[in-house]
Design a protein around this ligand. Structure first.
Ligand SMILES: C[S@@+](CC[C@H](N)C(=O)[O-])C[C@H]1O[C@@H](n2cnc3c(N)ncnc32)[C@H](O)[C@@H]1O
Length: 363
């Protein structure tokens, strides 16, 4: 197990480098060194029950440090841009001292925080999902009944209230309300499809094993703590999206996706398109949960009427670390129980860019 924990630290350091977070890399680096030396981090995570890689143990530790900086730990704030500080590798030794003191002083609080799963509700992913929602709207011409699994705080359920700027080879494409508090920038490679002028949403609802209640001040801070402290753009996006969702806090059921999907898709209201969707959730589901969801779709697909169509939209990968892909399967009531699968293309897991497949035929 201890080898697995060390491997998880190394993998996370590498991922932080790739994703451009020197601060989180060095927080994780401190944890790795302290763990190897049998320090406070070893006391906290040695003998971890579960898979330290899948459970994101390094990110849980880094999340606690950021959470404490956000809750006014003066010794840490100077390292975190999110708290008005700034970090570079020359501060690595000072950071290690502050972290050692934090984890030693707050062992009980850290232990409790480690029980939380990382919850990065990444609104950047809406810039990928939008293309799916747009295609479905153009195709079906019905208001969308949005149902999201692994919705976290439910921020992407408000995708239609964000502003988008897509850089393409044929120039910029703009979509959404120009007065929105949140503008998402993304790049589309390949032939850009025309977006639906207007996307009507009939209702929004999500589920998560650990939903984040954005009306709770502490849960809100925890959500912020998972966004790495030297990524100001991601943080600004999160704060703006929270602001938008505050106007009508989303309804997120505390439920396992495996049972929730069937309850949402079997009975579908008329004159609405039911869309069950998810972004970066599939790798977290076990075989039996995936099977339950696939079975629910297979059952629902046996009885589709054209006035109550069903769509499964995914911005997801098969396993952790594999490439994400934007695709959807649509059952119109006229295309049989298999429906039709449309693969739009591979995309960045945070929604930075999308490679539109040459074979993708926009509606
Ligand atoms: C990487 S996060 C993605 C969150 C959100 N979809 C987004 O794109 O920002 C994965 C989410 O899936 C949730 N999750 C994992 N297993 C689940 C399950 N069996 N049922 C429901 N939610 C689950 C986690 O709690 C977490 O919020």
């Amino acid at each position: 197990m201890n080898d697995k924990i060390s491997t998880a630290f190394e993998a996370q350091k590498h991922a932080c480098d790739l994703l451009g977070s020197p601060l989180t890399r060095d927080v994780v680096g401190f944890c790795a060194d302290n763990f190897a030396a049998g320090g406070i981090i070893a006391k906290l995570v040695r003998g971890w029950q579960g898979d330290p890689l899948n459970d994101n143990v390094p990110l849980r530790l880094a999340g606690f440090a950021h959470y404490r900086a956000l809750t006014h730990d003066a010794a840490l704030q100077g390292f975190y841009e999110s708290c008005g500080g700034i970090y570079d590798a020359a501060k690595r030794a000072d950071l290690a001292v502050a972290l050692e003191q934090l984890f030693s002083r707050e062992e009980a609080a850290a232990r409790q925080f480690l029980r939380s799963t990382p919850q990065t509700n990444e609104t950047g992913r809406a810039a990928m999902l939008l293309l799916g929602f747009s295609e479905i709207t153009k195709r079906l011409g019905l208001p969308l009944r949005l149902r999201e699994i692994g919705a976290s705080a439910g921020l992407n359920l408000f995708f239609d209230r964000f502003r988008y700027r897509f850089a393409t080879d044929e120039g910029d494409i703009l979509w959404g309300d120009s007065r929105s508090k949140l503008t998402l920038d993304a790049r589309w490679h390949g032939a850009p499809p025309a977006l639906a002028e207007k996307i009507e949403v009939a209702s929004r609802r999500g589920c998560d094993l650990f939903p984040v209640n954005i009306s709770d001040a502490d849960e809100r801070l925890k959500l912020q703590s998972w966004v790495w402290g030297d990524m100001p753009l991601r943080r600004a996006r999160l704060l703006a999206a929270l602001n938008i969702a505050d106007t009508a806090p989303p309804e997120i059921d505390r439920a396992d996706a495996a049972g929730w999907v069937a309850a949402q898709i079997m009975q579908r209201p008329e004159e609405q398109a039911t869309i069950l969707y998810h972004s970066i959730v599939w790798p977290y589901l076990g075989v039996s949960q995936r099977f339950a969801i696939e079975s629910a779709f297979a059952q629902a697909a046996e009885n589709i009427r054209p006035d109550a169509p069903l769509v499964w939209l995914k911005m997801d990968g098969r396993e952790l670390g594999t490439i994400a892909q934007l695709s959807y399967r649509i059952w119109t009531g006229e295309n049989g129980p298999e429906g039709e699968e449309v693969i739009i293309g591979p995309c960045h897991p945070h929604g930075v860019d999308l490679e539109i497949n040459a074979g993708f035929n926009p509606v």
